[in-house]
Design a protein around this ligand. Structure first.
Ligand SMILES: CC(C)=CCC/C(C)=C/COP(=O)(O)O
Length: 293
């Protein structure tokens, strides 16, 4: 029987270390446990379409490394592989960054699923779900907008109106930025989420970032900076923001990274609002113009 044709590494053709010749059920398609994840982490392109990646896959395979080590060669036909050119070594960096990002994403999904204990009535903490939904309303955009408008028109001091006009600006900026990022990123909400939220916008089918987390960070920073409150109340406000963020994951509405980024964004939004703070004169002019309409 004729022996199979072999490639430069002495391996039979068709048994390449690259995933380009994989078939369903082969390790490269997931049949080999962790191998699939590793190969998909190495390259997000279609297998075999990127010569650089093909080189990387071959150079990173244990077979190849064994072959390139003179004392551990697997056969006389194996030639030591030449060192990778400098630009190829640089190409490894994005791969490792990719691996780090995908690992973070995997941890994020795993942790979010574990923490989603109120995602349904039948979940392990399903009985706490109504309380979590109440908390959800406390961080919703509508009560905050209506409350601010109500206070603005009831206020009888220009100092109060100035703060409230800026609060209104902060809330609108938050809605705009969150909608923009959600529309750009388009990350789906976790699969275990039930879409039974109180009034949503069309972009709210997406989860990154959490609008409740941005509002919690923004509002708590705003209140702490502009209202004179006793220490216990200040602590309560910080706790409200933190628990609201956690409740988003517990309800199954968000992954942990959606909430973490939401906190960061809300915190940053306050810095923007503070930087662009409407002066008392501007706030007064805007308020009068608005009331005249
Ligand atoms: C309709 C208005 C004025 C605001 C929508 C508020 C809302 C439903 C945000 C979504 O929050 P998550 O991203 O945390 O789920």
């Amino acid at each position: 029987m004729p022996s199979p044709r072999r490639n430069a590494e002495g391996r039979p053709l068709g048994a390449s270390v690259s995933s380009s010749s994989s078939s369903p059920g082969s390790p490269a398609h997931g049949g080999g446990g962790g191998r699939f994840e590793f190969q998909s982490l190495l390259s997000s392109r279609a297998p075999g379409t990127d010569p650089t990646c093909a080189r990387l896959r071959a150079s990173e395979s244990p077979v190849h490394r064994r072959g390139s080590f003179p004392l551990a060669g697997t056969g006389p036909s194996q030639a030591p592989s030449p060192p990778l050119p400098e630009e190829d070594r640089m190409d490894l960096n994005p791969s490792f960054l990719g691996i780090a990002l995908r690992s973070l994403l995997a941890i994020d999904l795993w942790l979010s699923k574990k923490l989603g204990v109120c995602a349904g009535e039948n979940s392990s903490w399903g009985s706490v779900r109504p309380l979590m939904k109440l908390l959800e309303i406390s961080g919703h955009g509508i009560p905050w907008l209506l409350g601010t408008l109500y206070c603005l028109f009831r206020s009888d001091s220009w100092a109060g109106r100035e703060v409230l006009m800026n609060l209104l600006f902060a809330l609108l900026l938050d809605l705009l930025l969150v909608a923009l990022i959600k529309g750009l990123v388009r990350r789906r909400r976790p699969a275990h989420n039930q879409m039974d939220m109180f009034v949503t916008l069309s972009v709210d089918k997406y989860s990154f970032p959490s609008g409740h987390a941005t509002r919690a960070a923004l509002m708590s920073r705003f209140i702490l900076n502009h209202l004179v409150l006793a220490i216990p109340l200040r602590v309560l406000i910080v706790l409200w923001a933190l628990i609201l963020g956690l409740s988003r994951v517990m309800l199954g509405r968000h992954n942990v990274t959606d909430v973490a980024f939401g906190f960061f964004l809300g915190y940053t939004q306050y810095s923007i609002v503070d930087y662009c703070w409407l002066s008392p004169d501007n706030a007064r002019v805007l308020f009068v113009l608005w009331k005249q309409q």
